[in-house]
Design a protein around this ligand. Structure first.
Ligand SMILES: Cc1ncc(COP(=O)(O)O)c(C=O)c1O
Length: 308
């Protein structure tokens, strides 16, 4: 009803510019953005094709929309094409993340775009974990693949170190969400203070490339050293999943490392597939050479003692 301030408009415009989309709308969180967007766009006549590892907010948004949902095997474009072939008279949406936070891998966005274009489906991409770090100047993986999704979601709470989120797309999408996304309409908006913080941090991530380069360099060094220690790592980039397998082992390992001053969490089923419990390490721009050395030595010690 009211409460839209210049701070929100500035943030929305900057977010749209970051991802080179015409317009954007700010939400209080990524959860609210995904829930509200999918529920506002799709309905019972429609089809949503969703990657099996999509974030809970995308799953819940799809459920709330009451569309038919086909869950595709992770990153499997052939399954997407097959699913789109089964669509009825309603609209179809292909929903994916650009950089999956549990597996640190990415879909082939060009192929997904082509699959959508050849069937008239819309492509919805959540860039929560990519923006600010991956892609040209941290603009994300859609920019990297030169793919324009129909709906792009970004969050301010990850690389941008604030909180909140945005949805970017064409002006009619933004107007629709403004009026129809229930998590936007029926919830107090992002505070102007948070909008300013998110904008400043987003600008810093963009203007100060050494931060992004540093995070990626730390990730490369850690991946290299940990692989040499015989660890089973997965994916690429700043999220480093260390696959342990057994949930109990993962918990014990995480606890042991925390006891030695390494901040790490175990991720277990159902967050990840059975038999793939893991520790998730995250490289940041603030990790120093001493931090890395300490992590590598500590992990080496743990592995030697048979825990890893
Ligand atoms: C891919 C993805 N989208 C959305 C969200 C939700 O964002 P927020 O924490 O801002 O609600 C998360 C995790 O937090 C996420 O990993």
């Amino acid at each position: 009803v009211s409460g839209e301030r210049p701070e929100h408009r500035v943030l929305e415009q900057a977010a749209a510019e970051l991802v080179r989309m015409p317009a954007a709308i700010a939400f209080t969180s990524g959860y609210a953005a995904n829930l509200g967007t999918l529920a506002a766009l799709a309905g019972p006549e429609d089809l949503i094709v969703s990657d099996e590892l999509n974030h809970a907010s995308l799953i819940d948004g799809a459920r709330l929309s009451r569309a038919r949902v086909i869950v595709m095997p992770h990153l499997d474009v052939r399954s997407v094409k097959r699913a789109l072939g089964e669509r009825g008279s309603g609209r179809a949406f292909v929903v994916t993340e650009s950089y999956f936070s549990m597996d640190a891998d990415s879909p082939d966005l060009r192929e997904l775009r082509e699959a959508c274009d050849s069937t008239g489906a819309a492509l919805v991409v959540d860039e929560a974990h990519a923006l600010g770090v991956l892609g040209p100047a941290g603009r994300g993986l859609c920019a990297d693949a030169d793919v324009a999704p129909d709906v792009l979601i970004g969050t301010f709470g990850k690389a941008f170190g604030a909180s909140g989120a945005f949805v970017a797309g064409c002006p009619s999408l933004i107007a629709w969400l403004w009026n129809r996304a229930r998590t936007f309409v029926f919830s107090t908006g992002l505070s102007p203070a948070l909008a300013v913080a998110a904008h400043c941090n987003m600008q810093a991530a963009f203007d100060e490339p050494h931060r992004r380069n540093r995070a990626l360099a730390v990730a490369a060094t850690l991946r290299n050293a940990l692989t040499k220690l015989g660890l089973r790592l997965q994916g690429y980039g700043h999220i480093i999943p260390w696959i342990v397998g057994d949930p109990g082992d993962a918990m014990r390992l995480a606890e042991d490392l925390r006891g030695r001053g390494i901040q790490v969490r175990a991720i277990r089923p159902p967050s990840v597939r059975a038999g793939t419990a893991r520790l998730r390490l995250t490289a940041t721009a603030q990790h120093t050479a001493t931090d890395m050395e300490r992590l590598i030595n500590t992990v080496a010690c743990v592995v030697k003692s048979g825990l890893g």
